[in-house]
Design a protein around this ligand. Structure first.
Ligand SMILES: C[S@@+](CC[C@H](N)C(=O)[O-])C[C@H]1O[C@@H](n2cnc3c(N)ncnc32)[C@H](O)[C@@H]1O
Length: 249
């Protein structure tokens, strides 16, 4: 089948366009999600999407248990690294076109951002040889884990970030699936899309989840980068006490 070509009638891509594979380092995850080190080693953690982030590896290096999930796992290491580097370059061009939409407090400058994201990529690549027990190839809304496998499930820069790629039903199904595999908490960051707009169906989604017993809280973050990305969503599954499942170290 031939690939669809953009025509004059297609709307221009919103925000950054296609979903990029990014490589946020461990420390950036703690800052974005408002988490301390003790919280991420207190029990198994899911990072979905993991992309080329160094977070899960960082948790394991500190004695915790963490699994990353992403449909890109299985891509040969060299190809994945090239894709992440191309995505970083695309992101830097996008940033340059939208300079007023960024706050330079966590990062000093575009050079500092580049250095830290490349360090994240290097750390990820040092532990990635393809899909394995720490890099699970799967995608929302279907995760290959039993209920309550993780103490904490984290999701950065997929849900709410790409509304042109995931509709409202996909968001609800994705959130339900993260809640299914989490025992204590699900955290999502950011709540704005790549065009810097707050995800407009958020309140409706939270109401639907509340009817299922899910508690939600929108917390301010100390971390700032994109203007308006100063909130993290904390969800707690309703009334399901119990132990977390056995996961690889
Ligand atoms: C912008 S990256 C974020 C990666 C990582 N969380 C970070 O912040 O560095 C988005 C990732 O979402 C992955 N992705 C796309 N669709 C997905 C889905 N349905 N379920 C899980 N991951 C998905 C992509 O492969 C990509 O690696």
């Amino acid at each position: 089948m031939s690939e669809a070509r953009p025509s004059d009638r297609d709307p221009p891509p919103r925000g950054i366009g296609d979903i990029v594979v990014s490589s946020r380092p461990y420390e950036e995850y703690l800052a974005m999600f408002g988490l301390g080190e003790a919280e991420v080693v207190a029990g198994p953690v899911l990072d979905c999407p993991g992309g080329a982030s160094a977070f899960a590896r960082g948790v394991r290096a500190r004695g915790g248990r963490a699994v990353a999930v992403d449909p890109v796992y299985g891509t040969p290491p060299r190809d994945l690294v090239a894709r992440v580097r191309a995505g970083l370059e695309h992101g830097l061009r996008y940033l340059d076109q939208n300079r007023e939409s960024y706050v330079w407090s966590h990062f000093d400058s575009p050079e500092d951002l580049t250095r830290r994201r490349l360090a994240g990529l290097e750390e990820f690549a040092a532990g990635y040889t393809g899909a394995d027990e720490h890099h699970v190839r799967a995608e929302l809304p279907r995760l290959p884990f039993p209920d309550r496998s993780f103490r904490l499930a984290l999701s950065a820069y997929l849900l709410f970030s790409y509304p042109d790629h995931l509709d409202e039903a996909a968001h609800l199904a994705g959130l339900r699936e993260l809640l299914r595999v989490a025992r204590d908490e699900v955290r999502i960051y950011p709540l704005i899309d790549t065009a810097y707009q707050r995800y407009e169906a958020l309140d409706g989604l939270l109401e639907a989840l509340a009817a299922e017993g899910v508690t939600s809280e929108v917390r301010r973050t100390q971390y700032a980068f994109q203007r308006g990305a100063d909130e993290v969503l904390v969800l707690r599954p309703g009334g399901r006490p119990g132990d977390v499942g056995g996961l690889p170290r």
